[in-house]
Design a protein around this ligand. Structure first.
Ligand code: 5GP
Ligand code: MN
Length: 339
């Protein structure tokens, strides 16, 4: 944990505090995994801990210990306001600026609590008192493991915490297929198994949970909605509001859809454009050296990682796709070779 405020944070949590752990909107396995792992650990250190997210998490994560105690701002605003009010320390886990808390952001910004960032996205904002921001680590869940290790608290790890960390690492690395060319990730994985997790079972809980309509939505996305632009090594999928309604879209149903576009040989950039109430949610994925976080932040007011980024646009579906297509000639040379 070089170049981080580890020592200051370690001292800060040496006495019991009222801690609120927060994570980003549209929470994924790492958002929930890292937050719940950290919550369980800090509870063992005698802190009073609450986890809060801006909007609901997908069902396929509803097995981690503590998931049923998470406060959701969009569905239980009054409890969240109270939790923000009473917090002495607010931790931002797996996101790099408070704006990603959506409607909860202004309240957290106004809070006088000390704010600590624990995250692996590039370019953290300056809204935090202390930070542990390490962008080369696969997932925030892995950073949480390293944090507990550095605290000298590995004996406090248990199977429940290990399961949360496993979920975060597996979902942020596409089941150990990207962003994980590091020995340490695998050493940690081995330790999680030593703590008794059943990796095969957990993998099934996360990935083999499709409803029939979700699988049909995936089929429709690929057979009807996939556009391939070989000259730009790019492929994209569009899902209109009507299509999502037709397939009874639930939170998390489009998770992973964009990866199918990227799985085509010689396709180095993939995008998914999804029409939601009043906004267009965009997911970008890339292979190798092509950085989608730069594309997302420079042109779509979004962000993320080099190979996985996203944005929420206020333009229409057609306008957003048009903008994307107009950018491709500029990136054509970089899209040709990405190794
Ligand atoms: P996904 O496409 O799975 O929603 O998101 C991929 C990555 O991009 C995630 O790491 C997420 O944190 C980031 N991301 C997604 N949407 C946004 C956004 O609207 N703003 C920013 N800054 N990052 C985003
Ligand atoms: Mn993450």
């Amino acid at each position: 944990m070089e170049n981080t405020d580890f020592n200051l944070i370690s001292e800060l949590i040496s006495q019991p505090l009222r801690i609120l752990i927060t994570s980003h909107s549209n929470p994924d396995g790492d958002a929930i995994g890292s937050s719940l792992a950290l919550a369980s650990y800090l509870k063992k250190k005698n802190h009073d801990v609450q986890v809060m997210i801006p909007d609901p998490y997908p069902d396929f994560l509803a097995w981690m210990k503590g998931h049923d105690e998470i406060l959701v701002f969009s569905t239980d605003k009054s409890a969240c306001v109270k939790a923000i009010d009473r917090a002495e320390l607010i931790i931002a886990s797996d996101y790099n600026n408070l704006g990603r808390l959506n409607d909860a952001a202004p309240l957290v910004r106004q809070s006088r609590a000390i704010k600590v960032l624990i995250d692996h996205h590039l370019n953290p904002s300056d809204e935090f008192t202390y930070q542990i921001s390490i962008s080369k680590i696969s997932s925030t869940s892995e950073i949480i493991y390293n944090f507990i290790e550095k605290m000298g608290d590995l004996p406090l790890l248990d199977k429940n915490i290990a399961e949360c960390i496993y979920a975060g690492i597996i979902t942020d690395t596409g089941s150990l297929s990207y962003a994980c060319n590091y020995v340490k990730t695998y050493l940690i994985m081995a330790e999680l198994f030593r703590l008794g997790i059943d990796g095969e079972h957990l993998h099934r809980l996360i990935y083999d949970t499709y409803s029939e309509s979700r699988l049909r939505l995936l089929g429709y996305s690929i057979s009807d909605q996939l556009v391939v632009l070989p000259e730009f090594h790019t492929a994209y999928i569009t899902l209109s509001k009507e299509a999502l309604e037709r397939f009874d879209h639930q939170i998390g149903d489009t998770e992973g859809v964009v990866n199918y576009a990227l799985s085509i040989k010689d396709i180095n950039l993939a995008a998914l454009f999804m029409e939601r109430d009043g906004i267009v949610k965009v997911s970008f994925r890339s292979k190798g050296s092509f950085a989608v976080n730069t594309l997302a932040s420079e042109y779509f007011n979004g962000g993320g990682h080099r190979n996985a980024a996203g944005a929420n646009c206020t333009t229409t579906l057609a306008e957003t796709i048009m903008k994307f297509k107009q950018l491709l000639p500029k990136y054509q040379p970089m899209l040709k070779s990405v190794y």
